[in-house]
Design a protein around this ligand. Structure first.
Ligand code: CU
Length: 470
């Protein structure tokens, strides 16, 4: 226990009575101390100090909950409570979560472990926890009203079951779900195999995170819980780029990434520079005959995907959701597309009346990341982040896989930008361009009577209405 306490003490954790004040002293005697985390950093893997050994995971911008062994039972204490989550530096959201953060801590156990979960409710309304994907007695499944009474504010419930199969799972309320999940109540659960498993490879780095989405108006703090489709913050573990830590690995490492989706839409997760195999789903490890190489895998709502690859290409590789609206941050983006529309005259006239007037997106939206637009307090720029070559124009569900020869085994620290070997970076062509030759109008492939592309054609795009639904 000492090593775990030390590990967490260095990381902004608070243990003890303060966090459990709502629970009576008698109850406290039988409850493990809740461990509370106050920082959104990616914490070092929690090496098990008791119970069967395993190779721990690293939770992206998160942590693993320490436990107590009690007569062979692993006891965890989750506290459902309001939390403040820094989504990216300069932007904090008021969410609901567990033990000080949203998402809650990752639970790590070993196949065959008997697990006892104490769940204390410090929310203003009742809750439950559903252990998404687990085989367990029906009465431990956490569906409020159906399989148990709700956990009233101030009360503590106990769940107990055996972690019967290895894999990646999630936990979340099954009570006032629309509100409680929109507010960030969720966490990851990893059950490690008890011995070598024919379908589960040992890996050097094992990452886990959840996909979730929020609707927080710029300048405000609390998500709008009625939103069904038009979310404006797409997050990995309730963080948005550039607040999401990179996945830092050593050249040649075998890497596993476990991704769960508890948002309201699917997210095609795309990795640059490598091909991966989908080695597991919510149902457990996939049969080898079903695995093929991909660079994008769709993670559907309520699903989990586990991908594996050998990090054998050094560099800073993008890893992101492939829906382009999910790699940008909040903005009142009821904005028409103005590409190709020259407003210079109009803008000048308007600015005589409205001195601050500015047209957005005249040359595409990249101007947005260069203009120093005044932002309301407590929000993040829509397209942001600066790389070694300039603005990255990203946000939301975007991070980097950093593959380095110099990274030490077990070192998760963030290395400097990749230093490219000479002659391996795209470069600008010097000198004059040769004249362009175009096919004539009557070219067999063209339709007669229509001008060839590029000739006397002016393309203007303007979407007059705002968009919704992403
Ligand atoms: Cu997405």
């Amino acid at each position: 226990m000492t090593s775990r306490r030390n590990f967490l003490a260095g990381a902004g954790a608070i243990t003890g009575a303060a966090a459990a004040a709502a629970v009576s002293k008698v109850a406290m005697a039988t409850l493990p101390e809740p461990v509370i985390q106050t920082k959104p950093d990616t914490m070092a893997p929690l090496v098990p100090a008791s119970g069967r050994p395993y190779n721990p995971v690293v939770t992206l911008n998160g942590w693993t909950l320490p436990w107590r062994m009690n007569n062979g039972v692993k006891e965890f204490h989750l506290v459902a409570e309001p939390v403040v989550r820094e989504m990216t530096p300069g932007f904090k959201a008021h969410l609901w979560g567990y033990n000080g953060q949203s998402p809650g801590p990752t639970i790590e156990v070993v196949e065959g472990d008997r697990v006892r979960m104490f769940v204390t409710n410090k929310l203003p309304e009742h809750t439950t926890i559903h252990w998404h994907g687990q085989r367990l007695p029906n009465g431990m499944d956490g569906v409020g009203g159906l399989t148990q009474k709700h956990i009233a504010p101030g009360k503590t419930f106990v769940y107990e079951f055996v972690a019967r199969r290895p894999g990646t799972f999630m936990y979340h309320p099954h009570a006032d779900e629309m509100v409680q999940m929109a507010m960030g109540m969720m966490g990851s659960w990893v059950t490690h195999p008890k011995s070598r498993h024919p379908l589960i490879d040992e890996v050097d780095r094992d990452f886990v995170f959840l996909l979730n989405a929020y609707d927080v108006e710029p300048g405000s703090y609390t998500p709008k819980i009625m939103t069904m489709l038009d979310f404006n913050l797409f997050t990995f573990n309730s963080r948005i780029f550039p607040g999401i830590d990179s996945l830092n690995v050593r050249l040649g490492d075998k890497v596993r990434i476990r991704i769960g989706n508890l948002s309201m839409t699917n997210h095609p997760m795309h990795l640059h520079g490598h091909e991966f195999l989908v080695t597991g789903t919510d149902g457990g490890p996939t049969p080898k005959s079903t695995r093929w190489h991909e660079v994008t895998t769709d993670v559907g709502v309520g699903q989990m995907r586990q991908v594996e690859f050998v990090a054998d290409e050094p560099g800073d590789w993008a890893f992101h959701c492939h829906k382009s609206h999910h790699t940008m941050n909040a903005m009142g983006h009821e904005v028409p597309t103005m590409i190709g529309v020259d407003h210079s005259k109009l803008a000048k006239q308007i600015s005589n009346v409205v001195p601050d007037y500015m047209v957005m997106g005249e040359r595409g939206m990249s101007d947005m990341s260069e203009m120093e637009m005044p932002l309301p307090d407590n929000t993040a720029p829509m397209m942001t982040g600066t790389g070694p070559f300039g603005p990255m124009e990203m946000g939301g569900m975007f991070t980097l896989l950093k593959v380095r020869r110099e990274q030490k085994r077990g070192d998760y620290s963030n290395p400097a930008w990749f230093s490219h070997p000479q002659g391996t970076v795209a470069y600008e062509l010097q000198g004059d361009l040769p004249p362009t030759t175009r096919a004539p109008d009557s070219a067999p492939s063209g339709k007669p009577g229509q001008p060839a592309p590029g000739k006397d054609v002016e393309v203007q795009i303007r979407k007059p209405s705002g968009h919704s639904g992403h």
